[in-house]
Write a protein that binds this ligand. Sequence first.
Ligand code: KG4
Ligand code: ZN
Length: 353
Amino acid sequence: MTTGGLILAVESSCDETGIAIVQDGCRIRANVVASQVAMHAASGGIVPEVAARAHLRWIVPVLDEAWAAAGVTWADIAAVAVTNGPGLAGSLLVGINFAKALAYVHSKPLVPVNHLEGHLYAAWLADEEREVQEPLFPLVALIVSGGHTFLVEMRDHLQYRLLGETVDDAAGEAFDKVGRLLGLPYPGGPAIMKAAAGATRHDVTFPRAWLAGSFDFSFSGLKTAARRVIATETDGQGTTIGEAALPEDRVAELAYGFQDSVVDVLVTKTLRAARAAGARSVVLGGGVAANRVLRDRLAEVTRESGIPLVVPRPSLCTDNGAMIGAAGARRWAAGARAGLDLDARPSLPLARR
Ligand code: KG4
Ligand code: ZN
């Protein structure tokens, strides 16, 4: 299957406005992301209405910058790919309508892309610094983001079998919620990683939800456990001090214990799934895959098992346009097309069991 040609890809499902130009499904010619993180940090989380407006504000400048960086013309573009779900309806609609307008004006095919497929296909983006160049089938992929946490098996391109998923919170959501409980800034994921790196004691242990050996995940109990521990913290004289007054070193220890629990479950289940599937590669993706401890531990256990691990660099794990370009190229080559009636699908699924 050829994935030749240039794909212009638009991503706006959550709080990053991303536009990329990707060649042959793997070479990044331009990848510009305008992040709303700083803006949402002020409110402690994403306000959907505010996110949608910020996409509207930034989408044209982001396109202009991507266009300038790629140095291409419309004649070189084969298709316009856009995330049509899952995500926030208002945010998705900004990208979808923008992509429709571009496709219509320049007479290019419009290709709908599932955001989660984008996170997966980030693993096919070329990276000179990486040892393993391309994932091999069959593979097992762990996708961990702010809204999703699941394990899939792929025996070929665009073919997915769901092995397990979270039964409650996504891993990133757990990081964000516990980050807030610890009084850390939004988003909790990077803040917890940073705080945990400063821990000098590693003796706080949080529960692990193994769910009777299934490949499903659960993180809500962990959040409850964290809340309970934090609520009972005292000043040493028996007075409860509450989250606002937690000393920095205690925050670091709790962050470490929490992160250790999440990473332990994610890594253990992924390795078990990879072995069960006879996987020739393991792929890691989604915003939480930017976590250094998760990357290192999964690298360690897959190396020991002789299964190559493919993890995009952190900036390609969090939301961006290039990943939509990589998946969009595959979809385009497979004949996927959308009309100007393409609508947002906030709960669009990727795979079934
Ligand atoms: O994939 P993503 O950018 O957006 C969604 O599709 O949800 O993922 C965002 C999530 C947030 O929950 C954020 O806290 C988490 O990824 N995240 C991290 C790290 N960087 C981002 N979690 C743990 N460690 C990190 N370094
Ligand atoms: Zn995402």
